[in-house]
Design a protein around this ligand. Structure first.
Ligand SMILES: Cc1cc2nc3c(=O)[nH]c(=O)nc-3n(C[C@H](O)[C@H](O)[C@H](O)COP(=O)(O)O)c2cc1C
Length: 191
């Protein structure tokens, strides 16, 4: 594969992961920097990917610490590893937040199954909760409340670090994109 094909296949992998849960890239690590300049990382579900704009979409509870962190510093790294493909993808870029009531959040919410909507009905993520409430099912009326807390994170990649684990010679390539998503640089680097 040449570098053009590798770039195309990486984005095809991400699109496939967003469309179906089988891919190793279905869950990726979203890494941000908090107000004290400390790195923060957490797993998120890859909800959408678009090779044309080099963008990825994630969903989150807007009461979670990351939501606030990302308003102060939108620079993030998205890190994924797919064991089947023996492939690590490390993307750097920025995140745009679409909060409750925005067009982006409303459109994404409409497509969510009920069981996923229910995950936004509990108490604020990270707040202490009484042990007795652990495992309790959310209240059915929670849907409306959930929507008021639901946010979409739109990530746009400016670089992709592609790393393939092989038996002997690991391979690594770097790609850069401009603000429209067009590929501007590509090169092999030592793994
Ligand atoms: C496999 C997996 C998938 C997850 N997916 C999401 C997700 O899509 N969105 C999200 O906000 N949190 C998700 N979480 C929970 C986060 O990893 C994290 O614990 C939570 O969002 C709080 O993060 P914060 O305190 O950094 O804001 C997931 C956790 C796991 C283990």
């Amino acid at each position: 594969m040449d570098l053009h094909d590798i770039n195309a296949s990486a984005w095809a992998e991400l699109e496939a992961a967003a469309a179906g849960p089988q891919s190793g890239f279905r869950y990726v690590n979203l890494c941000s920097v908090d107000a004290e300049n400390r790195p923060q990382a957490r797993m998120v579900v890859l909800r959408a990917a678009d090779r044309a704009t080099r963008s990825l979409e994630f969903h989150t509870d807007t009461r979670s610490p990351k939501w606030l962190e990302l308003s102060a510093n939108p620079h993030v790294t998205v890190l994924g590893f797919c064991p089947q493909a023996r492939l690590q993808l490390r993307l750097q870029g920025t995140v745009e937040r679409h909060g409750p009531g925005s067009e982006g959040a409303d459109a994404a919410w409409e497509k969510l199954p009920n069981r996923t909507r229910m995950t936004y009905t509990g108490g604020p993520p990270g707040d202490e909760c009484a042990f007795e409430t652990v495992g309790e099912l959310p209240e059915p009326r929670g849907e409306v409340e959930g929507k008021a807390r639901f946010g979409v994170l739109s990530f746009r990649a400016r670089t992709l670090d592609w790393f393939q684990l092989r038996q002997q010679d690991n391979r690594r390539a770097l790609f850069s994109y401009d603000e429209t998503g067009a590929l501007t640089h590509r090169r092999w680097v030592n793994a």
